[in-house]
Ligand binder design. Structure first.
Ligand SMILES: NC(=O)c1ccc[n+]([C@@H]2O[C@H](COP(=O)([O-])OP(=O)(O)OC[C@H]3O[C@@H](n4cnc5c(N)ncnc54)[C@H](O)[C@@H]3O)[C@@H](O)[C@H]2O)c1
Ligand SMILES: N[C@@H](CC=O)C(=O)O
Length: 495
């Protein structure tokens, strides 16, 4: 049952100067008058149009990237590093422009958009530094009859498909390692938030990245795009960030030409708070793990398991924290929680809340949308959530904290691991042995221990189980764009 309760409470309006700033950046991007409309999720205004490419245009982009790729693959490591450093400097010089643009097209508060600029640009700096440290080595065969030289070479033309939730970071996390490894790229950002990619790539070209090396394609026909492009023999790699169902479809297509595939897919993160946790630390960590990006994060805390002895205090403290948040336009002053990406997301949050309450959960705060043109939903805390509620079984992707209670460590782990997803998990305890034992038994690629935001450019981000294949960020992220080859050099004794 969906009640669609909407409340007419005051939402923070956008700041006129900030809107002007964002719109000036948009006007500086080379965009068409018509095409796919991009909307501000906080106001439902159309703020720009981007090209709606057909298959022919997508294949033309493949051709241009492929041609530019030959010289790039032959460039020295220092040349690649210098270009990436120059791109990083440009992005940093335009930090405020990027933050305003991200907030305008995606809805997150400006302070969080600034955080994304820091996070997203860190990938460019990391791979500028990593580009000059090739990972080849030299070893002998066990029988001593030969020496082995291992070498890295660029995997080839990479197709990069990104989601809407971190418009800069999801793009730089792929483009930077691809360029560092010597690969040309075709990037297809989400049509909900394509402007940041266009702007960042424009800055890359101004910084000296060869003009055709990075091709941006936006299209409303995603299926036709991937069917044509992933089957093109010039393409050697696909890197996708998005939902698990779309990832499965892309893997099927990638299997035809046996493409190297990286898949950063959906999550259903468990967050476990033990009786021996520091309450304040656990509440702040949960707040961050849940409400970063308005809950629209693949590593967002999805199922919050709290041990019986601390659960009442935890629920009260988390509720107080959620109830204090100021809601409104990401470009409003003091906004703590921005708009969700679209009206479907708001309806989904209402449906999750109603379903959970219908199955016995207590609604401690929030649980409603707003009478507004924007896509707002109140930060919500639900306690005593039944394990078979929709909110406990699905990836929420919104600002709902769904608390379940548990008694023993084994019970918490069994319930935490009872999912096909394995992206992130969190554990809060002051007992270091418990923290590490639980982290070891959590079936996830990422574990936050006593903290709610584990992501970092130097970390090998990625999932296990159906949350994905491969890693992004760190030295491992570079390997995703490299072939490992070896030369076997015969040895004979000489005197
Ligand atoms: N693991 C990670 O690093 C990570 C990061 C961010 C988001 N995500 C996941 O992404 C999902 C939310 O993002 P979303 O709603 O944009 O996901 P989505 O799978 O619907 O879309 C992701 C991107 O793929 C494109 N797309 C959709 N169908 C396609 C097709 N057939 N061929 C080519 N492209 C296609 C979309 O246009 C978009 O650009 C969540 O499940 C979230 O967990 C994962
Ligand atoms: N939250 C992720 C991206 C997925 O949403 C990150 O921290 O990189």
């Amino acid at each position: 049952m969906t009640t669609n309760v909407h409340v007419a409470s005051p939402l923070i309006a956008p700041d006129a100067e900030s809107i002007r700033h964002a719109d000036t950046v948009i006007q500086s991007i080379n965009l068409p008058e018509q095409g796919i409309a991009v909307q501000d999720p906080a106001t439902a205004e159309t703020i720009a149009h981007v090209p709606d490419a057909d298959v022919e245009a997508a294949l033309e982009a493949v051709g241009k990237a492929d041609s530019a790729g030959t010289d790039w693959a032959g460039s020295s490591l220092r040349q690649r590093a210098d270009v990436l450093h120059a791109w990083y400097d440009k992005l940093i010089a335009h930090s405020e422009d990027l933050a305003h643009l991200i907030s305008r097209e995606m809805g997150k508060p400006l302070a969080e958009a600034r955080g994304e600029v820091k996070y997203g640009t860190d990938f460019v700096r990391w791979y500028a530094e990593e580009a000059v440290r090739p990972a080849g080595n030299f070893r002998d065969t066990p029988d001593g009859g030969a020496s082995l030289l291992t070498r890295r070479s660029p995997v080839g033309l990479a197709v990069l498909i990104t989601p809407w939730n971190f418009p800069l970071a999801m793009a730089t996390r792929k483009i930077a390692p691809a360029l560092a490894a010597g690969c040309p790229v075709v990037i297809k950002p989400a049509t909900l938030t394509p402007l940041t990619t266009y702007f960042a790539v424009q800055l890359a070209i101004e910084a000296g990245v060869p003009e055709d090396l990075i091709q941006v394609i936006t299209t409303s026909k995603s299926g036709a795009f991937s069917e044509a492009v992933l089957l093109d023999p010039r393409v050697r790699k696909v890197s996708f960030t998005g939902s698990t169902p779309v990832g499965r479809q892309l893997l099927k297509l990638a299997s035809q030409n046996v493409l190297r595939s990286s898949m950063e897919l959906g999550g259903n993160a468990p967050l476990i708070v033990f009786n021996d946790a520091d309450l304040q630390r656990a509440v702040e960590g949960t707040f961050a793990a849940k409400l970063r990006n308005g809950g629209q994060s693949c590593i967002g805390a999805n199922r919050i398991y709290v041990q019986d002895g601390i659960a009442d205090d935890f629920a009260v403290a988390l509720t107080e924290r959620f109830a204090q948040i100021a809601i409104g336009s990401g470009l409003g002053q003091q906004t703590g929680l921005g708009a969700l990406i679209d009206d479907r997301a708001v309806a989904q949050m209402q449906a999750y809340t109603d379903n959970a309450v219908g199955l016995g959960a207590s609604l401690l705060t929030g649980g409603h949308g707003y009478d507004s043109r924007g896509n707002f939903f109140a930060p919500t805390v639900l306690d005593h959530v039944a394990a078979d509620s929709d909110v406990a079984r699905s990836e929420i992707f919104g600002p709902i904290a769904a608390i379940q209670r548990f008694s023993t460590e084994d019970e918490a782990l069994t319930r935490a691991n009872a999912t096909e997803f394995g992206l992130a998990g969190y554990v809060f305890t002051e007992n270091i042995d418990r923290a590490l034992n639980v982290a070891d038994r959590l079936e996830t690629g990422i574990v936050g221990i006593n903290q709610g935001v584990p992501s970092n450019a130097g970390a090998p981000f990625g999932g296990i189980k159906q949350s994905g294949l491969g890693r992004e960020g760190s030295a491992e992220g570079l390997e995703e764009y490299e072939n490992i080859r070896f030369y076997n050099v015969a040895r004979r004794t000489t005197s």
